[in-house]
Every structure is written in C-alpha cells, then in structure tokens.
Design a protein around this ligand. Structure first.
Ligand SMILES: [Ca+2]
Ligand SMILES: [Ca+2]
Ligand SMILES: [Ca+2]
Ligand SMILES: [Ca+2]
Length: 556
C-alpha cells in the first residue's frame, strides 16, 4: 500500500486505523527482512470460522503445534522450537500454508507494538520542540502540552537513515561534538586520501566532511556555534544515553561553511556553498541565515539546486515583520523548492521576533529556547534559525521513510500536513506548525480545538480604539454577551507599536489570557471564559499606530 495515497482530511479515528493497517502492510511487504523484534518469534494469530475452531485446534495438536483460544474466532498458534527456525527462514510460506487451511480466514504474525518511542538521551526532556510535556523552558515560560512537532510517533516509522545527505549551510559543524560525530557526511576518497590533494577530483582539496568557503579550505569546523546548534536539532545521535536527540538519530550532515566566526557571510561565498552542496550529493539544504538584499545571483544558485531536485529550507527572519511587505532573502524568493520557516514558542504562539507573511512564509516550527549542541557544550538559543532545522530535519526523516519522494512531494507533504493553529491563520500560508508524524503518514491533522471560529454563535460587532491611539493610553473596552460561557472577538485590523503598545485580553474577573502587540490584522482573540471579554489598551510615550477595529463577537 502506498501511504502517499491515503486520502486527506481524514478523521482522527481513520488516522488510528490507517496507522495500525500500515504497520501490517509495511511488514508484510518485507517479510523476508522483517525485524525479529517486531513480532513474537514462532507465534501467529489466526482468525478462524467459529464453527471450525475446535477442529483446527485438534489438527494443530496432531501436528505437535500448540494453539490457544484468544476468543471464539481467534487462535494463537505457537510453533515448537525446532519449527521456529524454519519459521524464521520463511515467514511468508508459513503464512501462505496456514491460510490454505479450511476455516482459516486471516493469518498474522503476533506483532509487538511499542509505546511511542522516546529516546534515552538524558537532556531529551528539555527539548520541548520534540516533546512538549508542559515543561518550563529556560525563560520560565510554562509550555502547553502537545505543542511540539509530534516526532515521537514519527519515530515509530523511522528514526532517520545514513542514506540521506543534508547540507547545513552555516558557520560550519564541529564533528568533535560527541552527539554529532557519528552523523557526519564523509567524503571517503578524501578521508582516505592525501593532504593537499583533491583525491576525488571534485575541485575541492581535502573536503572530508564539507568545505570552508571563509578560509577556502577543507576544514569546515564551526568557530561560532550556530551551525553546530542547527545540526544537533537535525541529527544529534539519538538513543545513545548521551546529551540530546536530533529529529534524525541517524543521518549524514554535510558541513558547508560560508558564515564566519562573527556570524556574517558574503553573497560570493553563499553561492559557492550552495553550489558545493548541490554538486556533492545533498538532497536537502538547511539555511538559517538571510538578509534584505535581493540578489538575482543567489536566486539563480537556488534555482540550480531546484533543477537538481534539492529542497531548500530557509529561515523567515527575526525582525518581527511581514515578509509579504518587506522581503527577507533567501526565504522570500518565489521558488518551488523553498520552504520559508517562522518560529513558534512553547505556548503555540508565533515568536514576537519571528517574521511572518500569509503568502510568503510557509510553516512555523519551534524556535524559542531550543537546546542543542555547540562546541562549548549544550546551549539554548532562539530564532527562526532554530525553527528552520526542525523543518529540514523532518524533511530528512521523511526522505528516510520514503526515499522515492522528489523535492515537490517533500515540500507538499510537510506543508499540506501542518497542524492548524488559529493564531497562525492569515499569518503563515499553511496556517499551521510542523507535524512530523502527520508528514510521514501524509494525513492532515484536525482543526485547532482552541480556534474561536469554532464557537457556535457569530455576531457582527463594531468596536474600535481611537485611530491613531494617543501617547500614554490606559483605556479599557468591554464586550458582554449575557449568559455566554465562552466569548472571543475578531480583529479586522490590529496595529500597535510592536513590544511597546499593548492590548491585554482579560475576563470579567481580571484573569489575563493574552497580551497582544504588533500586527494582527484579520485575527481572533483568545477564547475567554464567561460572558465578558475585556481589552485593556496601554501605550508608551511615542510612536503610535492605528489601534484596532473589532468586527465580530463569537460566543457559546
Ligand atoms: Ca575533493
Ligand atoms: Ca585530500
Ligand atoms: Ca544523544
Ligand atoms: Ca508607542
């Protein structure tokens, strides 16, 4: 069964069904190489016609096989130890033979199911982006359970593969870091070759794990920390009882350094870096960098990568601005192979610093207080730089699971199966956050249950702040729907000076639900408990924006 053909928009129940079914069919397709840990050796479950059960049990007894009744129509069949060996040798034959018996309807190995696979890396519990248990991040923000990329379920399908080469185009990678060491891409002719000799004649001397375009040599060791941090999210060795786990426990990371120690890189070196990764076998490029300069030459280098079938994942930028209005490159180039990534915090909100753009920014991923590997040890960093390797990592994981996919399919699988978050509606083209399991399964997650649009009653409502609002405003607005249990509003327009002028959302008891600032046109407020929603507007002493217009009240 081809998983990519599962219809979209399936209900959660359907999802569970398909998951179980796919476990069976994937195993069935590979009986000869089936992992012996995936079923109990020598055991089969038989679904039989109830009226034939006793006769079959008698038959098995005569054959010196033990059978046990599970229910009226199900038998557990156990081979003795001798026949277990032949069973291991050819499971498919055994299944065929058992199926041919009169009264036997279904034969399956006695499969072993696992709890969602969590790795044993000691710092794993701090990685809220991979598993949000409601833990507090290093800023003290208490996370919302489940606001993560749902990778533990995906790890039941794949934990990565050494067949996938992913280029981290950045400050280099320090492969002396124990969690990164095993997952380095290695150019074998150079690794076994001679110093100062281009052993593989690819035009680059001593490019053992990648290339350094700052120093123009084969040593792409990270002298900043940024590239190693991104690499840890993509592919820190997982389940090794050490440090952190990456999205891919196994992968091959190509270190392509064009950004110097000070965190800056030139266009000339960016182009060389992209060309290098393209010519040397990368399938995915992870790019946690950018700027406002629109370069046709840079765009062409990425177009060449597209022609070679390479997915180019790029950070949306950290200015807190709308990329639809002021572009950020390379994320904003309109190319089919680019995914532009915004940053999310552990409470399902777009990071204040994250750029967005309803047409030019594609998906959000964890980007605040992300723990990962650096040459100095484990460090917590924030930025769309940290969100980007989550998406690149899931692209690599998907490629390990389904190696036939081309870059268009990789991109579509990731974006079409983003998990909807109402705060991302009208801000990010997919309207959602990265979901690794949904991406691998190709099943679209259901709607955001916190979405105010799902409240039963919608009523036109006209309420506005002064336009523009004044300096040092301290004003309260209130909307009441008597008898309502929950209430929310829709802002047709919301523009305040980012991080200086605020609109706090409260209930009648003064409980705070949100403190909004910046640009939230065509956005809902939080859902507030009770029949009243209160908006408390405050501004500082300079630079005042439009304010807000409310056009709808929602309640039930
Ligand atoms: Ca070489
Ligand atoms: Ca060499
Ligand atoms: Ca580890
Ligand atoms: Ca202001």
């Amino acid at each position: 069964m081809n998983l990519s053909k599962i219809p979209k928009g399936s209900s959660p129940l359907f999802l569970v069904y398909i998951f179980a079914f796919s476990l069976f069919t994937r195993s069935a397709n590979s009986f000869q190489t089936i992992d012996e840990n995936s079923f109990v050796p020598g055991e089969f479950l038989l679904q039989v016609k109830p009226e034939k059960r006793l006769a079959l049990q008698k038959f098995f007894k005569n054959q010196k096989m033990k059978s046990k009744k599970i229910n009226e129509s199900t038998l557990l069949l156990k081979f003795n130890s001798k026949s277990r060996e032949s069973f291991q040798a050819d499971v498919l034959n055994v299944v065929t033979n058992l199926k041919s018996l009169a009264g036997v309807e279904i034969v399956e190995p006695n499969y072993i199911y696992h709890i969602s696979q969590a790795p044993n890396d000691p710092m794993y519990s701090q990685l809220w982006g991979l598993h949000n248990s409601g833990q507090t991040d290093s800023s003290g923000s208490v996370g919302i359970k489940g606001v993560d990329i749902n990778v533990e379920n995906a790890w039941n399908l794949s934990t990565g593969s050494k067949d996938v080469v992913i280029a981290v185009i950045d400050t280099g990678v320090d492969f002396k870091i124990p969690d990164l060491n095993e997952n380095a891409w290695t150019n074998l002719p150079e690794a076994k070759g001679l110093p100062q000799v281009d052993d593989d004649s690819n035009g680059y001397i001593d490019d053992i794990h990648g290339f350094n375009f700052v120093a123009d040599n084969g040593d792409a060791t990270d002298d900043n920390g940024h590239g190693s941090h991104c690499s840890g999210t993509i592919g820190a060795k997982g389940n090794d009882k050490y440090g952190v786990a990456g999205i891919n426990w196994d992968t091959r990371i190509m270190a392509v350094k064009f950004i110097a120690h000070d965190g800056t890189g030139t266009l000339a070196n960016a182009v060389k870096a992209i060309d290098y990764a393209r010519k040397n076998g990368a399938r995915i490029m992870s790019n946690s960098w950018g700027g406002s300069s629109d370069s046709q030459i840079l765009k062409q280098a990425i177009e060449e990568a597209e022609k070679s079938g390479i997915l180019f994942v790029a950070a949306a930028g950290n200015d807190g601005t709308d990329n639809d209005k002021s572009a950020f490159y390379p994320a904003s180039y309109q190319l089919d192979n680019i995914i532009s990534v915004a940053a999310l915090n552990n409470r399902a909100r777009l990071s204040n610093f994250s750029n967005f753009g309803r047409s030019t920014t594609h998906i959000a991923a964890p980007g605040e207080y992300i723990l990962s590997t650096t040459p100095k040890g484990f460090e917590t960093l924030s930025g769309t730089s940290m969100a980007t390797p989550h998406v690149s990592g899931v692209a690599a994981l998907l490629l390990s699971y389904d190696p036939q996919l081309n870059f268009r399919e990789l991109k579509a699988r990731i974006l079409d199966n983003a998990r909807p978050l109402f705060r991302l509606k009208n801000k990010i083209s997919s309207g959602g956050m990265l979901d690794a399991f949904a991406t691998l399964m190709n099943i679209k997650p259901g709607p955001d249950e916190n979405d105010p649009a799902l409240l039963k009653n919608h009523e036109a409502s006209l309420l506005a702040s002064p336009h523009p609002y004044a300096n040092s405003v301290d004003q309260t607005f209130k909307i009441t729907k008597p008898g309502a249990k929950k209430i929310a509003i829709h802002f047709a327009r919301f523009e305040t000076e980012p991080n200086y002028d605020f609109v706090e959302v409260l209930d009648a008891n003064g409980k705070s639900y949100d403190k909004m600032s910046g640009y939230h046109n065509d956005q809902y407020s939080e859902i507030v408990e009770g029949d009243s929603i209160i908006l408390h507007m405050t501004s500082d002493k300079s630079i005042n924006g439009y304010g807000f217009d409310i056009d709808e009240t929602l309640f039930e």
